[in-house]
Each structure stands twice: as C-alpha cells, then as structure tokens.
Write a protein that binds this ligand. Structure first.
Ligand SMILES: Cc1cc2nc3c(=O)[nH]c(=O)nc-3n(C[C@H](O)[C@H](O)[C@H](O)COP(=O)(O)OP(=O)(O)OC[C@H]3O[C@@H](n4cnc5c(N)ncnc54)[C@H](O)[C@@H]3O)c2cc1C
Length: 387
C-alpha cells in the first residue's frame, strides 16, 4: 500500500479515501484498545502512532512539504471521522495538532527545521501549558512570567490540567513577558524542554482514579530566546488562531454515538427493549443524536467549502456534550446494580464498561471552552444580546 507522504490523497474521491482509511484502521488497530475509558499513555498506544509515522499518516493536517498528508478540509474531516468511528485512542498529540501548524504559520525557517521533523518522527511529544489555577476560561489573566536574561528567558509560574504531561518531552507555554501591558498584550509563546531543570510535574487523580491530568511547576526554568515563537508580547493572537478548526471536532456526534452504542448493549443484555418506557427513552435519545448529526453535517459542508466557520458552531459543542452526558446517565440507570461498579462488569451475558461513558462525558462540558462560555458566544455573536 502506497501510504507515504508522496501520495496525493486529495486526488482520490471522498468515498475512495474513506474506504482506504477505514480498511486500514479496521484491519490493524487492536480491537481491545477501541474506545478506552481514558486517554492511553505512550507505553500503551505509542506502537500505533509510530506505525502512523512510518506510513506517513501521523500528521494528516500538515502540508506535504513538511511531512504531512496535506489533506484538504473535507479529507481531513473524513480522516478523523474514521478514526473516531473505530474508537482509536489519541496520544499526547499536541505537537501534531498545535505546535506543528503554529510553527508552519509563524515559526522561522530555523525553528521549522529544528522542531517539525522530530514531531513527525514521534521523537518529541508535546503537551499544552495554557491553563493556570486562576486562568482557565479567562486565560488572558495568566500569571506565569518570562523575564529576558541575555540569550535566554527565565520562566516562573504554574500550569494546571495539562493533559498527558507525563508522556511529554516538551511543553508549549504561554507566559507574560510584559507585566505593564493590557491583559492580552504582553503574552509570549515559548517552546520548553521538559528535561530543563526547574520543571516539576504532579499528576492529578480524577474521579475515575485516572491520572491523565497534571499540574506543572516552573521554577527559574531557562529557555533559549530562540524558542520564542512569533513576535515577543504577541503570543496571544497566534495561540488563539488555531482554535477555529478544532471547534468542529469538539461538536462532532462521535461521543453521543459511542455512548448510544454502549446503552444499546446494556439494554439488550438486560432485556430492556421490551419495556415501553425504556424503548421510548432510547428512541428519544437516538432522535436527539440524529438531529445533532444533521446539524453537524451542515457545518461540515461549510468547512468543506472553505468558508469561515460561523459563531453558531458553538451550539454543536453544547448539544454534543450534553447529549453525551444524558446518554451516559441512562447507561448507568439501564445497568441496574452493575451501574455502581467502575471498569468492565458483567451485565447479563455481556462484559461492559458501564461507567466508561460517564467518566468521559463528565469533563466534556469543560474542556475546549466550557459550555457556559459557548453560550456566551451564542448570546453575544448570534443572538446579539446585550452583555
Ligand atoms: C479533561 C481536560 C483536559 C484539559 N487539558 C488541558 C491541557 O492539556 N492544557 C491546558 O492548558 N488546559 C487543559 N484543560 C483546562 C481547560 O482548558 C479549562 O478547564 C477550561 O478552560 C476552564 O477553565 P477552569 O477549569 O479554570 O474553569 P473556570 O474558567 O474557572 O470556570 C469555572 C466555571 O465558571 C464558568 N464561567 C467562567 N467564566 C464564565 C463567564 N464569563 N460566563 C459564564 N460562566 C463562566 C465556567 O463555565 C465553569 O463552569 C483541560 C481541562 C479538562 C477538563
């Protein structure tokens, strides 16, 4: 199979492209790792992404001249849809999703030569150091500080909720470089080696007992000035510029569909479809997912045309995550006594991770811009309500 970066994927029809991706993923991705109830660590999923790197599929969103697949928006959506449909786990993929595209747009040729090949080769794994204890939704109030010292910056501060920092070799950090400037001004974007003295990672155990989130403490961390991306004090605009395309993924119906699949299995195992009240509830949830899918497809058409994504896309994330939570709740009810047990449990004749959807659904209304913030966007930019 000719899969290397030389392939012009965009020359294929959408159907042909979808079939190629689907057939590869279904044939090679291990069944037991489908839809894991948490993000997998590199020692569990690294083999898969090394293979993606070998066959040239590691960076579907990057241009071909930088080693990516160079997919147009339509093919890129199909690529992710097929991976998500099969429940392929992500890895510490911020290098692919954020650092690479950002360097390609804003990095110097030296920075591109230094960093991009190592991301493609999976030698460098990146995590995202944006949020701080008092700067989440209001990210611009961040207080981590970077002070110039000769050819270096000295960084001090704290980051939080950093996904898979344990796996990361590097972190990209937003830090304040001008304390006197107005909030968004005076912030710069840094590339930081996690091996640098002064960096401490402390895992945070979540309600499910998993430790994929972390706190990061930065104490007098020395970073070469050459690791600042873009213009000093103007990191905010480049950090924000990447969020456009992400919004459609956050609003895709993948998770509600996955939870609906788990609900159907639990209901089947417990004979619940024979009960009219359950059958009615299931049909209602299923129709909600169908409505959401129809709405998602409308936005997909906009992205495919290359038109700007309108602000009402915020409603997709709200509907997707809240429907995910509603279905995950219903899974627990449908499981009866088994609904109190974490991990795979016996339900009728089947073994099912009943709480899996619940634990994944819980934080979904928080990350990627909380649902309250999405509602603010709708109020301000769609409904034009006074704020
Ligand atoms: C699973 C997960 C993974 C994450 N991974 C990362 C990561 O890798 N790197 C990283 O930097 N961050 C990460 N985050 C952090 C995430 O970006 C923040 O949690 C998010 O931005 C919300 O910030 P906060 O937690 O500080 O909550 P806050 O902003 O303090 O909000 C608390 C509550 O107040 C509400 N609220 C806040 N402001 C308003 C307003 N103006 N109007 C109405 N309501 C408001 C919020 O909606 C929320 O309900 C992750 C979070 C989660 C849950």
């Amino acid at each position: 199979m000719n899969t290397k970066a030389s392939t012009d994927w965009n020359a294929l029809s959408d159907d042909e492209f979808r079939n190629r991706i689907r057939s590869y993923v279904e044939t090679h991705y291990p069944h037991e790792l489908r839809y894991p109830s948490r993000r997998l660590f590199w020692n569990e999923i690294g083999f898969w992404y090394r293979r993606m790197s070998e066959i040239g599929w590691i960076a579907p969103n990057w241009p071909r001249e930088h080693g990516g697949m160079g997919l147009d928006p339509s093919k890129l959506l199909i690529f992710y849809e097929e991976h998500e449909r099969w429940g392929v786990s992500r890895f510490a993929d911020m290098g692919i999703l954020m650092v690479g595209p950002l360097l390609i747009r804003h990095g110097t040729p030296e920075q591109q030569r230094q960093w991009l090949p190592k991301i493609i080769a999976c030698e460098h794994l990146w995590c995202q150091g944006y949020s701080e204890p008092n700067a989440g939704s209001d990210l611009a109030s961040l207080r981590t500080e970077a002070v110039r010292d000769g050819d270096e910056y000295l960084i001090n501060g704290q980051k939080i909720w950093t996904t898979l920092a344990q796996d990361a070799t590097h972190i990209f950090v937003l830090a304040r470089t001008d304390k006197d400037a107005k909030k968004q001004a005076g912030i710069s974007f840094f590339l930081v080696d996690m091996e640098q003295p002064g960096i401490r990672v402390r895992p945070i155990r979540d309600v499910a007992g998993h430790e994929e989130l972390n706190e990061i403490f930065l104490e007098n961390v020395r970073v070469p000035a050459a690791n600042l991306v873009g213009v000093p004090n103007e990191g905010w605009s480049i950090a924000k510029a990447l969020l456009g395309f992400e919004r459609i993924f956050l609003g895709a119906p993948k998770y509600p569909n996955y939870a609906l699949g788990v609900l159907a299995r639990v209901a089947q195992a417990n004979g619940l479809f024979a009960e009219p009240a359950f059958a009615f509830q299931f049909a209602k949830l299923r129709m909600d997912v169908e409505d959401h899918t129809a709405c998602y497809e409308r936005f997909v058409e906009i992205v495919k045309r290359g038109d700007p994504v309108p602000p009402d896309i915020s409603m997709l994330k709200i509907v997707s995550t809240e429907s995910f939570q509603a279905i995950a709740d219903q899974v627990i009810r449908a499981a009866g006594e088994a609904g109190q047990l974490a991990g795979p449990v016996q339900v009728g004749t089947e073994v099912i991770d009943v709480l899996g959807p619940f634990f994944r659904a819980l934080p979904s209304t928080i990350y990627g811009g909380t649902n309250e913030i999405q509602r603010n966007v709708l109020a301000r930019e769609v409904l034009r309500l006074p704020t």
